[in-house]
Design a protein. Structure first.
Length: 61
């Protein structure tokens, strides 16, 4: 799973979940920051950074 940067979420990035996602750097593993490009069927791609998390990792506030 991926974690948004503080202050970002699907709504603030205008993501619907219907985009095609390309993730650069995912092979680096958990804890690393990756670049995500979300491409909708129509419109411009949306690029953002996210952190790769371990399954079962808790989220601290």
């Amino acid at each position: 799973p991926l974690q948004f940067k503080p202050g970002e979420n699907a709504q603030s990035l205008c993501l619907t979940g219907r985009e095609t996602y390309d993730i650069v750097g995912i092979a680096a593993g958990a804890g690393q920051v990756v670049t995500v490009t979300a491409t909708p069927d129509a419109g411009k791609p949306i690029q953002f950074e996210a952190r790769v998390r371990h399954f079962g990792e808790s989220v601290s506030a």
